[in-house]
Design a protein around this ligand. Structure first.
Ligand code: 5SP
Ligand code: FE2
Length: 241
């Protein structure tokens, strides 16, 4: 049975520090069967769903928007929807995504003109706030905002496509964030799977997005258990520091 967070429940932190959470990305799933694919991964133990929104401008790809999320919410009533907004002008879609049933709204710091205004806007819409950084963006670009957001997403691929190779050198950013913000939800996204989860766990990530590795796995339940165990070990090690 999945430990799926209830809709609207705070994702990672329930007072005893960040929790190990696995959130499949459905980008490389059969999008013609999005609800069935989402429920399959949730039934296999996913803690939340990572939904990649691309506008063809911020990244050279196009995916889904709030009308699809609204329909998906009717078919997937209880899951936590983590919206990864790879879009220009992210302020434009905050209210439509909240109205569609999104729980967390992660915008890219590279796309946000006024980060403070974006944070306020997302909170006023009733969603958790995530801020994402591309591989080429230094982690200190987001540190001024860490105390105002719920989560930082460290991209481990260049955003735009699933199935790319994991960029292990991004773990330095994750480690810096965990060492300096012990209760922060830190998400990694891009090329992550059981083969490289130990690197993510050792660096202190606690919210794990995995797309291709889970969608194509013959045993996604085992893959998610493997990753959750590794991340829990990593978090315990940081607690001892
Ligand atoms: O945001 C993105 C890509 O831009 C990610 O969410 C990927 O879609 C994750 O898929 P894999 O890299 O794990 O296949
Ligand atoms: Fe993503």
């Amino acid at each position: 049975m999945s430990s799926v967070m209830s809709h609207k429940m705070a994702a990672g932190n329930c007072g005893d520090g960040p929790r190990a959470l696995i959130g499949p990305s459905i980008l490389n799933a059969d999008l013609a069967d999005l609800a069935a694919e989402s429920n399959r991964l949730l039934d296999a133990g996913a803690d939340y769903l990572h939904l990649d929104v691309m506008d063809g401008h911020f990244v050279p790809n196009l995916t889904i928007g709030h009308p699809v999320i609204k329909c998906l919410r009717r078919r997937v009533p209880a899951a936590f929807f983590d919206m990864h907004m790879m879009v220009e002008r992210p302020e434009r879609w905050v209210q439509p995504m909240a109205d569609a049933g999104a729980d967390q709204y992660t915008f890219h710091v590279e796309a946000a003109g006024d980060v403070a205004a974006m944070v306020r806007h997302v909170r006023e819409a009733g969603m958790r706030v995530g801020v994402a950084l591309k591989p080429g963006t230094a982690v200190d670009v987001v540190t001024p905002w860490v105390d105002r957001v719920d989560m930082v997403l460290v991209m481990t691929v260049e955003p735009g496509f699933g199935g790319q190779s994991f960029m292990a050198d991004m773990m330095a950013k994750v480690r810096y964030l965990r060492e300096n913000f012990k209760d922060l939800d830190i998400e990694v996204d891009g090329g992550v799977g059981p083969v490289n989860i130990d690197a993510c766990a050792d660096a202190g990530a606690n919210m794990i997005v995995s797309g291709t590795a889970l969608v194509t796995s013959s045993d996604p339940a085992q893959a998610m258990m493997t990753m959750r165990t590794s991340v829990t070990r990593g978090l315990d090690a940081f607690k001892k520091v």
